[in-house]
Design a protein around this ligand. Structure first.
Ligand code: SAH
Ligand code: F3S
Length: 483
């Protein structure tokens, strides 16, 4: 009988990709997606450790699945990903009903491990070596890149895909648990990346997003030749049928001229650069061990602006980091006002066991102050975003239509709930006009009315209004839509 799998994914694009690949691997063994945890033979959580909140969510989900497991002891409960690597046995101490604990460097073993558990092996824990547990090579070998064949039906949209360029991170920012849980930085061979991209395009994919923790540190040495991210972009740009190339996340110091020029000159590469600054004060950047000063960040930003004036630069910021004073926080607000990022992801500092900051610096900014600084910075960013978006009003933009707008998605799911149990399928005909959402070449979201069949197409949209987070547009004429 077909076995059914339910998977919940927390965290970054890496996890979204890993979940897609795990599901695809199990499907090849005859598993199918379940409609709910109650219908599933296996329930997996693909987890994130970057902040405490992400871990708390998974532990409470594990609390809920305990009831299901009590009713059906044969249910396989698995914790995959970063929290599995970080907490290891502790997961089974806190939740003894968990059968499988598999770190991000061991995901290729999931199908065999599930078989083992179903055959009565008892709980299985498979993780990689700790970063201090052996030579760099030995640790790196224990984090295997997980790149099995893709299954187009497993992606949320068939016309977009993530492609991994490298695993792990070697930067060791003082606050960040990623180098610990995802292991040493290891590049994938360029040929593997090109082959995967070509296959995805042959299956109908139009947009590829390269992903790596510090994607622009990519470096592959083969004999005397080094392949860098800019070389990957040149190779991908030449793939017929591929329309858009994006890449995340960039490390400020590795934003080299060859990369900036590639983004400027290659027609398929989006003018969108996510380059987290993390903070606006040199003293805090030093405590964060980020490896650059604000002066260096400004120099990098000016170089990007000069080469590609309309590029969308985005950032991440941490507020309430160890010892952050009012003046230091003010420097972050000042940086956001000065550089007018397209948008920023703002996080309250969350101490992570296993990091330098956790070991050496007290988490001394009160939660209420973190919350207030988060609010203030968000407000500054919203103003900058609105000002940036306003410049797009009365322009025509090429937009890749990604799907229904969030508002329509909600309405559609209400309709589906309303007809649940009734014979008729919800009305989602291709010609029905809906509010759609798409993205410009510089990563701006545009919502506009159009028939559902436009999803997955690239077409012109006239922008008529701007908010902080989205642009509103109208279709000039449906004939503009290319097939
Ligand atoms: N290079 C990675 C970064 C992963 S973490 C990437 O691909 O995006 C994503 C963001 O979370 C970081 O840029 C940082 O702003 C934030 N972050 C990391 N550790 C954090 C911590 N301990 N507390 C709060 N935010 C954190
Ligand atoms: Fe984390 Fe810094 Fe690497 S934020 S992922 S250690 S570049």
């Amino acid at each position: 009988m077909t076995k059914r799998l339910w998977i919940e994914t927390v965290g970054c694009q890496m996890n979204v990709l890993d979940s897609e690949l795990v599901v695809a691997a199990l499907r090849r063994r005859g598993w199918e997606p379940a409609g709910s945890p109650a219908e599933a033979d296996a329930v997996f959580y693909n987890t994130c450790s970057v902040r405490q909140h992400a871990e708390d969510k998974v532990y409470s989900a594990l609390g809920r699945v305990r009831l299901e497991k009590a009713k059906r002891p044969e249910l396989v409960v698995g914790v995959l990903g970063c929290m599995a690597q970080k907490d290891q046995d502790l997961i089974r101490t806190r939740a003894p009903w968990v059968d499988l604990v598999v770190g991000p460097g061991q995901l290729h073993r999931v199908p065999a491990l599930v078989d083992d558990v179903l055959a009565g092996s008892g709980p299985r824990i498979e993780v990689s070596l700790d970063r201090t547990a052996g030579s760099r090579d030995a640790v790196a070998r224990s984090f295997e890149s997980y790149d099995p064949d893709r299954d187009p039906t497993m992606r949320p949209t068939p016309f977009q895909a993530f492609v991994r360029t490298q695993t792990g991170c070697d930067k060791f920012c003082a606050f960040c648990v990623v180098p610990k849980v995802r292991g040493p930085e290891q590049a994938r061979p360029p040929e593997a990346i090109f082959a995967e991209a070509s296959k995805l395009v042959a299956e109908g994919c139009r947009e590829i997003t390269l992903i790596g923790q510090t994607v622009n540190s990519y470096s592959w040495k083969d004999g005397g030749r080094t392949t860098r991210l800019s070389d990957l972009l040149v190779g991908l740009d030449a793939i017929d049928g591929l329309d858009r190339i994006r890449f995340v996340t960039n490390y400020p110091r590795d934003m080299t001229d060859d990369l900036v020029q590639a983004v400027r000159d290659l027609p398929k590469v989006c003018h969108y650069l996510h380059v987290p600054a993390q903070h606006g004060s040199d003293a805090v950047l030093k405590r964060m061990k980020r490896g650059y000063t604000i002066g260096e960040y400004l120099e990098m930003h000016a170089r990007v602006r000069e080469a590609i004036p309309h590029a969308a630069v985005t950032s991440d910021f941490i507020v309430g980091y160890c010892g952050e004073t009012d003046e230091e926080f003010a420097a972050t607000v000042e940086l956001v006002r000065r550089l007018q990022f397209k948008n920023s992801f703002i996080f309250k500092y969350s101490p992570r066991p296993g990091t330098k900051a956790f070991e050496r610096l007290p988490d001394d900014v009160p939660e209420a102050v973190k919350r207030e600084r988060n609010r203030v910075l968000l407000e500054a960013q919203a103003e900058a975003s609105l000002a940036g978006n306003a410049g797009f009003v009365a322009t025509r933009q090429r937009v890749l239509v990604e799907g229904l707008s969030p508002r329509e998605e909600k309405a559609a799911s209400r309709e589906e709930n309303a007809v649940a149990g009734v014979e008729a399928a919800p009305d989602r005909q291709a010609d029905r006009v809906r509010q759609l959402a798409g993205r410009t070449m510089c990563d701006r979201i545009v919502v506009f009315d159009g028939p559902e069949r436009l999803i997955g197409r690239i077409l012109d949209v006239d922008v008529i209004a701007a908010g902080s987070w989205t642009l509103s547009g109208v279709l000039p004429n449906l004939d503009h839509a290319e097939p």
